[in-house]
Write a protein that binds this ligand. Sequence first.
Ligand code: C2E
Ligand code: MG
Ligand code: MG
Ligand code: MG
Length: 288
Amino acid sequence: RAKATIGQTVAFYEARMDEQVRERRALTKELWQALASEGFRLHYQVQKAVATGEVTGYEVLLRWTHPERGAISPAEFIPLAESCGAIVPLGEWVLRTACREAASWTVPHRIAVNLSPLQLGHGDLVEMVRSILAETGLVPERLELEITESSIVADKERALEMLRALKALGVTVAIDDFGTGYSSLETLRSFPFDKIKLDRSFMTEVETSPQAKAIIRAILALGRSLEIPVLAEGVETCQQLDLLQREGCDEAQGYLLGRPAAVVEAVATTMAAPSLVPEAAASLPDRA
Ligand code: C2E
Ligand code: MG
Ligand code: MG
Ligand code: MG
């Protein structure tokens, strides 16, 4: 009897696994189709200087609306694209489209494009970036590339070489989701990053965890002494923004400042503080 139960349980899980495998396969196929038929879109999320409210740039975020399933999160389809290799042509599409769109804006804001670790290890990334800049006419200073620590752990020498070559083109490079990796300090010491993007998890925990607050302070101090500006991700509340202002964080990004959107507003690049968050400005303490 026990045997039958185990057998049934195994059969149940096998059936479920089959179903998951089938679904994954179908989604992978649809992802390639979407890539071939312009099924992807780009959204842009504003980044602002904490002290002045000035727009410093926009992060480019990939969006996929599936014909039947509706919007699928990048957290779901990016890993899928990475495991089937589609991330390489998809990442190239993102870079080319973002550069082309940004080149047509009336405001010369910088764009920050996410790169998958797989793109760093595949083919000639530097040549691809160079040729896309040439093709779209975007000045290199308007392009920032966001990479995560996992991009550089595999082959540090090669990663360093590539980073230097990218910077030689005139583009800047940010380290994304900083603080979640395991060798963060070593990474900062040996790689010439232009910006540190403090992982969103610290913002999430800042109001409830004194440890998170202490780590934010420590990373800001580190950024200052290494002369690398720090951007805080995932800023959702005025309290979080207020803390960042008090602690001297350079830039912020999050729903409070602006949600990712298909269109970039032609905002003035020099907004006076405290208009960092127009609708919330009244609740910001006056620091003038
Ligand atoms: P990321 O690069 O760290 O991007 C920031 C993510 O945080 C975005 O999620 C953004 O919508 C979200 N976010 C921004 N502000 C807030 C906030 O205040 N609260 C909360 N809860 N979330 C906020 P999204 O667009 O779902 O992207 C998730 C991840 O997928 C990105 O994390 C990035 O790793 C990856 N991704 C997105 N687009 C691309 C792409 O074009 N290429 C590659 N390789 N990865 C991408
Ligand atoms: Mg990013
Ligand atoms: Mg990030
Ligand atoms: Mg993140």
